[in-house]
Design a binder for this molecule. Structure first.
Ligand code: GLU
Length: 506
């Protein structure tokens, strides 16, 4: 066991957590568990403009549902807290001062308008070694000018000073060595006096350092920031403890061109978030995997394989297996296409291995919503009969509503084909037969009814289809005798009677 392994998931609470973020967290989790390390949640909420009410709670709820537990975090606690960046203001201040004192950073007063003017003046303008002396900052201004600005309490930012033409190497566990010339980097803003808060870049690396993060496992979209982070680690003298990087491939649209977005989910009808999200401002509702009838482990298993493979063909994996087999070597460098049908396939598989008792609990809210009052035992039996047809929990209703509500209409095509002139009379005989049955088990009624059909020389297909029509209303559902046995003798008779009265063929 290596207790030095510490990884973090560091979302910004700017809205609901995207499924890609869930995958990032999952890989962090798998790696931490495998290494006997710690899995930490850090809330990166320094950008107050982008703060969204309820987003942090959503993150906590999502991981609770997925059963991915954090060892340290705002709720779990831990000795490296606070775990919300907004509560760590003073900590960052020290490092801003340290960087300024060691001349690794400088103060800049350029207004947004001035920056815009410069952008127009110089094509591909970048605030860096080649331009910084033309700007209004502590490197270019005289002492007097600086004092005057200070006196007026002019708002300023602090920028990191990137030296030009230095090779910066990022060692990435998935991508290998990524070498970047420092001249392509700009002097990023690391602190703003207006809100007294650091920007993402500073807060992120300071916290990774102070929280003793050993591995930064995050989405590929952060790869361009990594050279700057390496540079900043050097500026702060923290090279020795710099975490290892692993940038995960993007989750791509199902068609494979570009990053998977909420719009793809809306367009193709699948959720892009773990849980339902109601936007606090617009009231817009986005669907979630939980509310769409997915089992958490199916979602986890599906996500684990989007960008990593275990080295064998078996796709259904327990958490223990995934933890054991996870490796960066088997993470792909190229993006992973989001295959929604595959998500459903996983869920179908997991429904089969989940107990009827467990599934009953998940199905119950749907029954409540439909105002169906029925015993737990009955529902479990229904689920036992139809689960092999279900991909989502909602499918239990689509596949089995007739177990709870008698049909009110009858499939026209089946009526046309199977409801003969003699059918009402034959079903009348069937009612008589059923009324006399003592053992109303599926096997017993099956043999009694089949014997009767043979004896009467009736058409087996026509009788069976008419029988199903009466009980189900449509040509679907499990074995008809299982249905009859479960809804019971009385209900079977009632439904037969109702069909005889209702179905008229013109
Ligand atoms: N706050 C960043 C995000 O929202 C974190 C990136 C990182 O993991 O370094 O994804």
């Amino acid at each position: 066991m290596n207790n030095q392994i510490r990884v973090r998931f560091a979302p910004s609470p700017t809205g609901p957590l995207h499924i890609g973020g869930v995958r990032t967290a999952l890989y962090n989790y798998l790696f931490a568990k495998q290494q006997g390390g710690k899995f930490i949640l850090r809330i990166e909420d320094t950008d107050s403009n982008r703060f969204v009410e309820g987003a942090e709670k959503y993150i906590a709820d999502a991981f609770e549902w997925l059963n991915l537990e954090f060892d340290e975090g705002p709720l779990a606690g831990g000795k490296h807290g606070p775990y919300r960046q907004s509560e760590r203001k003073e900590i960052y201040q020290q490092y801003v001062t340290k960087l300024l004192n060691s001349e690794k950073a400088y103060i800049a007063y350029d207004t947004p308008e001035e920056l815009n003017t410069k952008r127009k003046e110089i094509s591909n303008f970048q605030y860096d070694a080649s331009t910084r002396m033309q700007m209004r900052n502590s490197l270019a201004l005289s002492l007097n000018e600086m004092e005057a600005l200070n006196e007026k309490r002019t708002p300023y930012v602090v920028r990191i000073k990137v030296e030009p033409d230095i090779e910066i190497t990022v060692n990435d566990l998935i991508r290998g060595e990524v070498i970047v010339n420092s001249s392509v980097l700009d002097d990023k803003v690391i602190y703003k006096s207006s809100d007294e808060l650091p920007t993402y870049h500073l807060a992120n690396i300071v916290d990774d350092h102070l929280m003793r993060i050993s591995h930064v496992i995050r989405g590929e979209e952060w790869l361009p920031s990594a050279p700057l982070h390496v540079w900043m680690y050097q500026c702060l003298g923290w090279e020795e403890t710099m975490p290892q990087f692993a940038h995960l491939p993007l989750l791509l649209k199902p068609e494979g061109n570009g990053k998977l977005s909420k719009r793809d989910g809306d367009r193709l009808g699948f959720p892009i978030f773990p849980l339902k999200w109601v936007d606090p401002q617009s009231g817009e509702v986005s669907s979630g995997y939980r509310e769409s009838g997915y089992l958490p482990h199916a979602v986890v298993n599906f996500l684990a394989l989007l960008g990593w493979n275990p080295g064998h063909d078996e796709e259904i994996m327990s958490m223990e297996e995934m933890i054991e087999l996870f490796s960066f070597d088997r993470c792909s460098k190229s993006g992973a296409k989001f295959d929604f049908e595959k998500a459903k396939w996983f869920n179908h598989q997991y429904i089969q291995t989940t107990s009827d008792e467990e599934l009953e609990k998940l199905f119950r809210p749907i029954l409540d919503e439909k105002k169906v009052i029925v015993s737990k035992e009955y529902v479990e039996k229904v689920i036992g009969l139809i689960k092999n047809r279900a991909h989502l929990i909602d499918d239990f209703w689509d596949q089995g509503s007739f177990f709870f509500i008698a049909p009110t209409s009858y499939d026209e095509k089946t009526v046309r084909k199977r409801w003969k002139a003699e059918t009402p009379e034959q079903l009348g005989e069937l009612i008589n037969l059923i009324e006399g049955v003592e053992d109303f088990s599926s096997a017993n009624i099956e043999s009694l009814i089949k014997d009767w059909i043979v004896l009467k020389q009736y058409h087996l297909g026509n009788i069976m289809n008419a029988f199903r029509l009466a009980l189900v209303g449509e040509p679907k559902g499990p074995h008809i005798f299982d249905i009859a046995a479960l809804i019971g003798q009385e209900e079977t008779i009632n439904r037969l009677k109702k069909a005889i009265i209702t179905i008229h063929k013109d």
